[in-house]
Every structure is written in C-alpha cells, then in structure tokens.
Design a protein around this ligand. Structure first.
Ligand SMILES: NC(=O)c1ccc[n+]([C@@H]2O[C@H](COP(=O)([O-])OP(=O)(O)OC[C@H]3O[C@@H](n4cnc5c(N)ncnc54)[C@H](O)[C@@H]3O)[C@@H](O)[C@H]2O)c1
Length: 219
C-alpha cells in the first residue's frame, strides 16, 4: 500500500512536531486533537517553527506556503477516516491510548495502519484494543521530532510483515533513520538512557558536582 494521507492524533509537543515532519516530506496531513481549537493551536506552532526556518534561510516562504497547504486540522477522527496511516501522539496513558485505538479502528478504513508514538507502553497491548492488531505498530519519534533523526519501529506480536516494511519505508520517506525495536519495556533508547540518568543522580548524591557529571557525560 502506498501512503498518501497521514492523520496525526494529538497536537501537543510530539504530535505537532510529527505533523510538521509529515508536511515537510510532502504528505497530505490531518492534525487532530480533542477540539478544532486545540488542533488549530498545533498548526500555529508548526507555522511558527517553519517561519523560523525561513528566517534562517533553510526554507523559502513559497516552500512553507506549499507545506502549509498540505496541513488540515480537526477536532474529529472521522475527518481522517480515509487516511492510509495514523500516528497517535496523545498523553502516555494506557487507558486513553486503548480507547483512542478502539475509536480509530471503528472509524478508519480497513487498510489504515495505526501507529503509536508511545515511549513505554506495549504495542501488543494497544493493538489488542482493535480488531486489526496485524496493522498496529509503534513509530517512536524523539523530541524535537523535526530535528531528531531516529524513529524506533516497534512491531507488536501480531503486526504483519507488510506493515513492518511500510513503517520502515515511511520512516525513511520522512527523512528519518529507523531502528527496529522489540516490543519490550521502553524499547531501545529509553532503556539505555534511564539507567544513565539514574547513575547521574547517584553520582550527585555521592558528592559529585552536577556540572562535573554533565562534563563527564561528554566523554
Ligand atoms: N515529549 C517527549 O519528549 C516525548 C518524546 C517521545 C515520545 N513521546 C510520547 O509522545 C506522546 C505524546 O507526548 P507529548 O509530550 O506530545 O504530550 P502533550 O501533552 O504535549 O500532547 C498530548 C496531546 O494529546 C491531546 N489529546 C488528549 N486526549 C486526546 C484525545 N482523546 N483525542 C485527541 N487528542 C487528545 C492533548 O490535547 C494534547 O494536545 C506520549 O505517548 C509520549 O510518551 C513524548
């Protein structure tokens, strides 16, 4: 399946960043939040960040205008029912994510791939809220999404091979570098980072100055 239209659910820090990545890569994108108003705020944030790219000479105003034409906003998932790919980026709450995936499953066309940007929640658990667990996958972007290159692609237990390949290929089409992760607690990057943060705190508790821990991190 060729991905042409993407719906991003959640217009917060990650969702608006992901929607920006999608329009910069040329995809028709719908940004959805709980109300039109919140979704519009997301579009305003994107417009602001793209204008800064114009000021820095990274994009022309004509390019930005063309990108913004590809972006619509809404307070209803139904407006994105014909999307080929949904990327969910609402708060990190399992019950919220399960209820949104249940609704997306009911609303979206049968072929739509449902991806989640969760940092920690099992993809298999989220997929179980739908009747299409074979089409559910993790696509974990990092903050700020427009500049961070990595996307962890995380298949659930039942994700099919075609969906894995599409998620991998679309990550590249979005200008990112994918890494295939297992559906294990905190995937790859946070699994590595969190112990390092803990050790940094232990060092400070044991008397090392925070600035020295920071400098030591650059090793
Ligand atoms: N912030 C980060 O550093 C970061 C990095 C990587 C991944 N993540 C993950 O991305 C996801 C989103 O995080 P964030 O920091 O962008 O959160 P955020 O709080 O900035 O944004 C969440 C958005 O979801 C919206 N929302 C809540 N319920 C909704 C609903 N029912 N329908 C539609 N929209 C709804 C909220 O209105 C809000 O705009 C989380 O799963 C988080 O773990 C966050």
């Amino acid at each position: 399946m060729k991905i042409k239209k993407i719906m991003v659910v959640g217009a917060g820090i990650m969702g608006s960043g992901i929607a920006q990545v999608c329009i910069e890569a040329g995809f028709d994108t719908l940004l959805v939040d709980m109300s039109d108003e919140i979704a519009k705020n997301g579009k305003e944030k994107i417009t602001h960040f793209l204008s800064r790219k114009v000021e820095k000479g990274k994009l022309t105003q004509i390019q930005v205008d063309e990108m913004l034409l590809k972006l619509s906003v809404s307070g209803k998932y139904e407006d994105g029912k014909d999307s080929d790919l949904v990327i969910e980026a609402v708060a990190e709450n399992i019950e919220l994510k399960k209820s949104i995936f249940k609704s997306l499953d009911e609303v979206c066309k049968p072929e739509t791939i449902l991806a989640t940007n969760t940092s920690t929640i099992s993809i298999t658990l989220i997929a179980a809220a739908t009747k299409r667990p074979d089409k559910v996958i993790g696509m974990h972007f990092f903050v700020p999404a427009p500049t961070m290159k990595l996307i962890e692609v995380i298949p659930g237990l039942l994700t099919n091979d075609e969906v894995k390949k599409i998620a991998w290929d679309i990550s590249i089409a979005l200008g990112k570098t994918p890494a295939m992760a297992q559906d294990t607690s905190a995937f790859i990057v946070n699994r590595l980072l969190v112990p390092m943060w803990n050790e940094a705190m232990f060092l400070v508790m044991e008397g090392t100055e925070p600035k020295d821990v920071w400098n030591g991190k650059a090793f």
